[in-house]
Design a binder for this molecule. Structure first.
Ligand code: OAD
Ligand code: ZN
Length: 252
């Protein structure tokens, strides 16, 4: 399970960190409160802040970092059952983890839907407009087209239901870079069997690790890159991971 904290090393701000987090730097967008940027009622009244954020997130071409490639290495080794991400930056896909291994729980920019007639469209159709600060509109009904990012109160993608099968099957749960504050995602951390070790690598002690710890929980607090590099070292994978990163960087 991962969240915005795995993408801060790529230069993307997380949401809730006190000074650097996105929610504390949204003043320029004229929002009544920060979370409104992901709320349908606000979006229908003023979609501009969301599209400004979308442009910032998606058109700046951020690169995956060592954490994404660690997850990719887990996949290459046949050890990744599934990667549940809350992130909408798409960096898990860019790192080469196949879509079949991913559950993008809060959606992605890969597809979009008209907010009025519900016509689906490929996500790429919006970028020509977004790049020049124009609100993308439906070619059929002129309604605003919204990327399929899950807003507060919206249903999660169908694939999220895979957790019902995945979590009871897991024999290790890694939780990296998330505040575990947003439901229903956060509660997945309770969905592995009680005998299954859960490893949290994060700056802060969060969610059930703080208020309902289990005897087999392991916590590595501090910088997530440092924590992951330490784990990789203990696994004896340091060189292999460096090779993978070099190979992928050369591709770019
Ligand atoms: P948050 O911003 O709530 O939490 C990020 C967590 O990562 C915090 O606990 C940070 O301390 C930690 N963190 C950040 N950088 C770190 C670093 N370099 N090293 C170690 N820890 C670090 O982000 P999420 O939990 O992902 O919804 O937020 C969940 C959802 O809230 C998001 O998916 C978003 C938002 O509303 C949508 O995008 C729809
Ligand atoms: Zn339409």
């Amino acid at each position: 399970m991962v969240g915005a904290g795995i993408s801060t090393p790529s230069g993307i701000p997380d949401f809730r960190s006190p000074r650097s987090g996105l929610y504390s730097s949204l003043q320029q967008y004229d929002l009544p409160y920060p979370e409104a940027i992901f709320e349908l009622t606000f979006f229908s009244h003023n979609p501009k802040p969301f599209f400004t954020l979308a442009k910032e997130l998606y058109l700046r071409s951020y690169r995956p970092n060592v954490i994404h490639y660690f997850l990719r290495l887990l996949h290459d080794k046949g050890l990744l059952l599934r990667l549940y991400t809350q992130n909408i930056d798409g960096l898990e896909r860019v790192s080469g983890i196949p879509a079949s291994k991913l559950v993008e729980a809060h959606g992605s920019f890969a597809s979009a839907t008209c907010t009025v007639c519900r016509r689906p469209s490929p996500g790429k159709d919006i970028w020509a407009d977004v790049a020049v600060d124009r609100i993308p509109r439906c070619p059929v009904c002129t309604g605003v087209v919204k990327p399929d990012i899950v807003f507060f109160g919206e249903a999660l993608p169908q694939r999220f239901l895979m957790h019902v099968v995945d979590f009871p099957m897991a024999d290790l749960l890694l939780i990296l870079g998330t505040s575990l504050e947003v439901e229903p995602f956060a509660s997945l951390s309770e969905a592995v069997q009680s005998s299954v070790p859960r490893l949290l690598i994060n700056r802060d002690l969060v969610g059930p690790f703080a208020w309902h710890p289990r005897s087999r929980d392991v916590v590595q607090l501090g910088d997530v890159v440092h924590g992951v590099e330490r784990l990789v070292e203990l696994l004896g994978w340091t060189e292999e991971l460096q090779d993978l990163i070099q190979q992928e960087t050369e591709k770019v």
